[in-house]
Design a protein around this ligand. Structure first.
Ligand SMILES: Nc1ncnc2c1ncn2[C@@H]1O[C@H](COP(=O)(O)OP(=O)(O)OP(=O)(O)O)[C@@H](O)[C@H]1O
Ligand SMILES: [Mg+2]
Length: 330
């Protein structure tokens, strides 16, 4: 990841989030932990996009919720610009809450069905006092709705009166209404069909170009990640196994898991596509409660050696800005 001349907006260092599993009838005791996020580090450069990819359950949404401090981290640092926000209390967090926003996968679940679009979009503006009064908030909301491709008469309608794509536009309008610098997009288009997906992605890119937004983009869709992101981290069972500039990681993935995952992503050149081989992984993702000894990926890895069964590999920078955790990569 190039950092030399670039300002970093978000720096996450060795972040961990464990969820306790409690058992017992009257007295509940912690018997184990779900290690949803287990020591991950990455940064987002101002005005750029960092993507997190990985199988379902590997901890992507937990990273998003912990970075926003909806969840408290078990340990690690979350540095926004130059402030460590990992231990800030509610009142101290408020200014950062205004600057960091999230758009979720399911717009119906993230919009209050009893509020009109006008109330939904103006509420954060009034709460964070970015406008003087309700009238100004509604004027601003109407202009934002136009920017996201909706009309001002939509302000009086309720979320159920819109299509999925329109609802996602409302969620984006609400997120950008308070002029944040940093947005987390947690699978923002996975519930939408391809053409609506393209419209939403173009809208997000337009915002990035016009207002310099920085994005943490979470997705299963590898084609989309390649298109939208500058840098990428590949997650497996709560850890990042490979991280680097998107084009380099996609062209030359080094970790066996990344190779398998990216072999499923089609290449636009038909000659290259014809010669490519899909790597089919055997077995499922192990449990984040009882993880394998050694490298977490070794039970599914076709290249594993003795050391892979014993030690978790160090996360090393193997070439400039290209980091990987694998014993076999020299
Ligand atoms: N509040 C919670 N309590 C206990 N376990 C949790 C909690 N939230 C998430 N988990 C567990 O943490 C792990 C990671 O979940 P997370 O939602 O972060 O995965 P994800 O990568 O976002 O998956 P998906 O791609 O399906 O959205 C899962 O095993 C999940 O069951
Ligand atoms: Mg998720």
């Amino acid at each position: 990841m190039s950092t030399a001349n670039n300002e970093i907006i978000l720096n996450v260092v060795d972040l961990k989030k464990y969820f306790p599993i409690k058992q017992g009838f009257l007295v509940k005791k912690t018997v184990a932990h779900v290690k949803a996020v287990d020591g991950i580090s990455f940064h987002v450069v101002k005005g750029k996009t960092f993507a997190l990819v990985g199988e379902s359950g590997c901890g992507k949404t937990t990273v998003a919720r912990t970075v926003l401090r909806v969840l408290n981290p078990t340990s690690g640092k979350i540095v926004f610009e130059s402030t460590d926000i990992s231990n800030l209390r509610y009142a101290q967090l408020l200014p950062f809450r205004r600057r960091m926003q999230i758009v979720f996968q399911d717009p119906m679940g993230s919009l209050n069905p009893r509020m009109t679009v006008g109330q939904i979009v103006t509420e954060p503006m009034l709460f964070h006092k970015v406008v003087k009064n309700k009238k100004e908030a509604y004027e601003k909301a109407a202009s934002i709705l136009n920017t996201v491709g909706l009309k001002s008469f939509h302000l009086d309608r309720y979320p159920h009166q819109f299509s999925g794509g329109q609802r996602q536009r409302i969620a984006i309008a609400r997120a950008v209404s308070i002029e944040p610098d940093f947005l987390i997009l947690d699978e923002p288009t996975s519930a939408l069909d391809v053409s609506v997906q393209a419209q939403i992605i173009n809208l997000l890119l337009k915002f990035q170009q016009e207002y310099g937004f920085s994005y943490l983009f979470i997705s299963h869709d590898l084609g989309l990640v390649r298109f939208i992101s500058d840098t990428v981290g590949i997650m497996y069972l709560g850890r990042i196994v490979e991280r680097g500039v998107t084009n380099e990681v996609f062209d030359k993935p080094l970790h066996p898991y990344s190779r398998a995952l990216l072999s499923a992503c089609p290449v636009p050149d038909p000659r290259v596509e014809r010669g490519r081989q899909r790597i089919i992984l055997k077995g499922g993702v192990p449990s984040p409660i009882v993880r394998p000894q050694g490298c977490f990926f070794h039970p599914r890895c076709p290249y594993k050696t003795d050391v892979c069964e014993k030690e978790y590999p160090e996360f090393r920078e193997v070439s400039k800005n290209h980091w990987v955790a694998c014993h076999l990569v020299k």
